[in-house]
Design a binder for this molecule. Sequence first.
Ligand code: NAP
Length: 300
Amino acid sequence: MKIAFLGLGTMGEPMARNLLAKGFEVVVWNRSPGKTAAVEAAGGRVAATPRAAAEGVDLLALCVSDGPDVDQVLRGSAEAAIHGMAAGSLVVDFSTISPGLTRELAAAFAERGVGFVDAPVSGGSEGAQKGTLAIMCGGSEADVERARPVFAAVGSRATRVGDVGAGQVAKAVNQVVIAGTYQAIAEGLMLAEGCAVDPRKVVEAIRGGAAASWVLDNRSGNMIVDDYPLGFRLRLHRKDLGIALGAAAAAGVGMPVAALVAAKEDALMTAGHGDEDMSALARAARQDAGIAPGPLGGEG
Ligand code: NAP
């Protein structure tokens, strides 16, 4: 299978390298030059434009920042990918964007006989490096099956959720669930501190029970010491919550917890914390609890 990969950022670059490692023929394109060196060293070819990358491939994958960026790369200019793709080929979008735009893009490609699968991922940069991403797919059964060899090279699990757009809905749900989880853990730790009980001991006591979670295991430590190295950038989560809140509004679904966390993230971004790990929500929780910045539990 000949593959094009557009967007060699934190996620896309290791995904393209994993495809090369599995023996696929891969041509890549990135907006800013200078990010292609590692892929070239691994045997990838570099194209000058999305259109040139798309010519002659069976499958075009992309992983860029946001909806307008995906739109731009796929159909926003004469050099966009849509003009290079042949009927019978397939687009796989690994970016996190809105379900509505996804359906619109899929319809534009369908007019040219090109299939479309939305395939947002979870697992972070570590999952992208290791090829262990969890992939949430939307598309026809036949198109998702065609993409499976690619999914197997970059991820450890790919679940077809439904038709085009359903993968992005699943990703939005994922981001809503983690919003509540981070916020609740931050609040809980402040409760322990306010009651003069060691938050570390509390985490140790509850992590094997019903409150267990990846966030509790991996991010409560950041919240306790009040230091937030990446991780998952808070501003990217806020982007994803915007997608989720937009989809919720369109569906007439109220989401008070997601809306609250979005407001807290907005305030944190305004205060200059947008490029910290998302666990920086504990900064706001400290403030809400009337607890001074700095380590909890007498640490320092
Ligand atoms: P990133 O490191 O910031 O890279 C973004 C990539 O998109 C770069 O290659 C950038 O090109 C390209 N890009 C942005 N706007 C563009 C435009 N208008 N035209 C062409 N190219 C454009 O981001 P990332 O972390 O890889 O995230 C990519 C996607 O994966 C996002 O949708 C994100 O939400 C999702 N995601 C990220 C994570 C994570 O932990 N990072 C986890 C799951 C999902 P330049 O090099 O020219 O800037």
